[in-house]
Design a protein around this ligand. Structure first.
Ligand code: GDG
Length: 479
């Protein structure tokens, strides 16, 4: 018999909009919904009896109740309402001012406030209570990301046999970093995660860090990928997320993308075009990237006026102090760089602080000569995989930070250490001068990798491994 599936994430994948006096909603196209949806709405469409999405809706209960026809999409929505102050402490506070910086190896940015942790637990408890009113023991629950680390444990207390999967989209840090969190919080976070049957990470390193923390903090040994806790087997697995390869690859020939590409090719004239896009985030290494580009122009003055860098930064979390500070640094550096190397007719950096449409994004992926992706830390980094997938023409060069989870799979990229401006400069030069045959060889090898390990196979593997753990548990404790 088919089971019901519940997907849990911080926000519901929809946006409530006001139309005149009434409210309506539209399904949003964010990363998680595209990733999970790519499988659930196609290959996995028939696998579940019903699909629910649980999360904070971003509006009041009164507004929510006034929005008609919310059951029309692919999912039924279960809203979790949280008051503004608690949400602020949970989201901007504990999630993004403690876990995010710490898990990305920025311990000096972490803000250890008890009030943030209290709100974090409160929101997770609210999720668990909301779920308790709708769940049945044979449902399948898939929890996503660092906002909801304690949730699996809270659900496990209420439903001992429930199938629970948890996936972390950001890195899991080494014990030496994790241990800087107050001990009682460490235990709460790990116990929460261990409530799941399957705990998924992007890379084997993150899995190993997690297992090491569990071993050190709870004195629980692991047997390969398995942990035995409270007589329950738990699997810890490296499941690198992929992209909708087919969609990005086919987009090369979309009429709107062709138009955009032609526009960008006209804009760059006979210059070389470098491209990057990321959310404004100190983990993405935007400042370092500028330093590397600066160094490249310094070392290679013959390229001044012959290369242009389209730098797109997408606004993100701008109510958090550290983000606003970094924007100021980036803005100033770009101004400085353009004034040193540019003139009225030509600027070395074209800067957009704003979102791109899908057609613009793929237009830029496919018009550029080189994609420059330099995060200081990144759980995976989908932009690098998308760039590779779109290049049906088998041209273009990827310069990628070895601190991105994606570097494990994309080892045919030109890998760099994002703190080494000289290495970035050298790889930019090498990339811009790379022979077409070498570009083709590297792109084809990476396309094979990204196509074979697309988001479909990621989700399929996740569900397969959840079932596998349940089968093992069943054999250990036959009913
Ligand atoms: C987290 C982890 C992990 C970006 N700007 C525009 C735009 N995007 C799309 C990209 C890509 C996504 O947003 C960004 O994904 P990333 O993986 O690069 O980064 P995070 O947002 O930090 O994601 C990360 C990911 O979760 C998945 O597990 O890989 O490590 O930090 O899909 O295309 N899309 C459009 N316009 C933009 O301006 N249309």
């Amino acid at each position: 018999m088919q089971k019901r599936l519940y997907i849990l994430s911080n926000r519901l994948p929809l946006t409530i909009e006001k139309e005149g006096a009434a409210y309506t909603y539209r399904q949003s196209s964010g990363g998680l919904i595209s990733a999970v949806g790519a499988y659930l709405n196609k290959e996995g469409k028939e696998d579940f009896a019903e699909k629910y999405w649980v999360g904070v809706p971003g509006c009041t209960e009164k507004v929510w109740n006034s929005v008609p026809d919310k059951e029309n999409g692919d999912y039924k929505y279960v809203p979790v309402f949280v008051n503004n102050k608690t949400y602020d402490y949970y989201y901007n506070g504990f999630s993004n001012s403690l876990i995010w910086p710490l898990f990305h190896y920025f311990p000096s940015y972490a803000d250890y406030r008890q009030s943030y942790f209290d709100a974090y637990l409160e929101v997770n408890r609210t999720f668990a209570e909301q779920m308790a009113s709708v769940l049945k023991e044979d449902d399948i629950v898939w929890i996503h990301d660092y906002h909801l680390l304690p949730l699996a444990g809270l659900l496990r207390n209420k439903f001992p046999n429930l199938t629970i999967g948890f996936f972390l989209h950001i890195p899991f840090p080494s014990f030496e970093l994790f241990r800087v969190i107050p001990k009682r919080w460490q235990r709460e976070i790990l116990s929460g995660m261990l409530g799941a049957d399957l705990i998924g990470f992007h890379t084997a390193d993150y899995s190993r860090h997690f297992l090491n923390c569990v071993e050190k903090i709870f004195d629980i040994q692991h047997d390969g990928d398995f942990i035995l806790r409270d007589n329950r087997k738990i699997k810890v697995s490296a499941l690198p997320i992929g992209i909708d390869y087919e969609m990005f690859n086919n987009a090369y020939n979309d009429i709107e993308v062709i138009k955009k590409r032609a526009e960008y090719l006209r804009l760059k004239q006979d210059k070389k075009l470098i491209f990057s896009v990321d959310r404004l985030d100190y983990t993405k290494g935007i400042y370092n990237r500028l330093k590397g580009y600066d160094q490249f122009l310094k070392q290679n003055p013959e390229y001044v006026g012959k290369v242009v860098f389209a730098l797109v930064v997408v606004p993100s979390r701008d109510t958090i102090g550290k983000y606003a500070e970094k924007k100021k640094d980036i803005d100033e550096y770009i101004g400085d760089l353009n004034s040193r190397y540019g003139d009225i007719g030509s600027q070395p950096i074209l800067y957009q602080y704003g979102h791109l449409s899908f057609d613009e994004l793929v237009g830029l992926y496919t018009a550029c000569d080189l994609a420059l992706i330099t995060p200081l830390r990144d759980g995976m980094n989908l932009v690098s995989k998308e760039f590779i997938a779109t290049r049906k023409d088998k041209h273009g060069v990827l310069v990628l930070s070895e601190m991105a989870g994606a570097a494990h799979e994309l080892n045919n990229a030109l890998l760099i250490n994002p703190n080494d401006y000289y290495e970035i400069a050298d790889k930019i030069k090498y990339g811009l001068e790379m022979k077409p045959e070498e570009q083709e060889r590297r792109i084809m090898a990476m396309q094979k990798q990204v196509e074979e390990n697309d988001v479909n196979s990621w989700a399929k593997q996740f569900f397969y491994q959840m079932k596998e753990v349940k089968d093992i548990q069943g054999r250990l404790h036959p009913k």
